[in-house]
Ligand binder design. Sequence first.
Ligand SMILES: [Zn+2]
Length: 242
Amino acid sequence: MTAHAELQWGRTHIAYSVTRSARKKTLAIRVEPDGSVHIVAPPAVADERIASLVRKKAAWIVERQRRVADVPPKPTPREFVSGETFLYLGRQHRLRVRAGADPGVKLVAGYLEATVPRGVADEARRALVRSLLEDWYRAHAVERLPERLAEWSAKLGVQPKALLIREPQKRWGSCDAAGNIRLNWRIIQAPRKLVDYVVAHELAHLAHDDHGRAFWALLGRVMPDYEERREALRKAGGGMVW
Ligand SMILES: [Zn+2]
C-alpha cells in the first residue's frame, strides 16, 4: 500500500511516497532517477516518524534531486577515427579524418572533417582529433548559446549575471548564487529543444535554487513540455558524453 505525503523544508517542498511493508524492519529512503522520493517503512511506524526522517534527510534529498535532474550519463567510448558519428544540434555528422597542413575541424558537406598533420602516430592522432573536436564544439557553443540564453531569460523574466561556457563536472549546466549560468559546451550536440531545456532549467534556478514545486511550476509556465524534453535529454545524453 502506497500513500503520498509532503512537507515543507525551508523554501523547498518535498513530496514523497510511503510504502508499508511487513518485511521491512527499518525505514528506507530512496531518490529515484526522476527525482521522486520513496520511503519503505515497517507497518507500525507512525507517519510523524517518517516525516521527521524526511526532514532530517532533507538536505541530502534536495542535493540528490538536484544532481539527478542536471547530470549527464556516463561517457560512451569513442575512437576518433573516420566513420564515427558525432552530433551537432541534433544532427548526426560522420567524422572524416584527413592529413593536411592546417589542423582543425570543419563542417564540410555534412561531414565533420578533422585535419591533422601527416605522420602522427595512431594514438597521438586520436588524441589530437578529440581535442580539435572539443575546440570546434566549444567555439560553436560560444557562438550559439548566448542567443538561447537571451531568449529564455526574456521569457522567464530573469537576468543572469554572465554566461560561462565550461565543462562542469557531471553537469549540463549550473547556476551559482551570484547569478552566473554555466553551460556545458557538450549540450550544443543536442537538438535545439533540448539545448533550450537546459538553458531554461538553469535560468529558472535564478528564481528558485532548488527543484521544488515552485521551480517546476515556473519552468512549466514558459515550457509546458519540459518533462518530455527532460526525458529526451536523458535518452540522448549518452551520445553526447565522450
Ligand atoms: Zn537544476
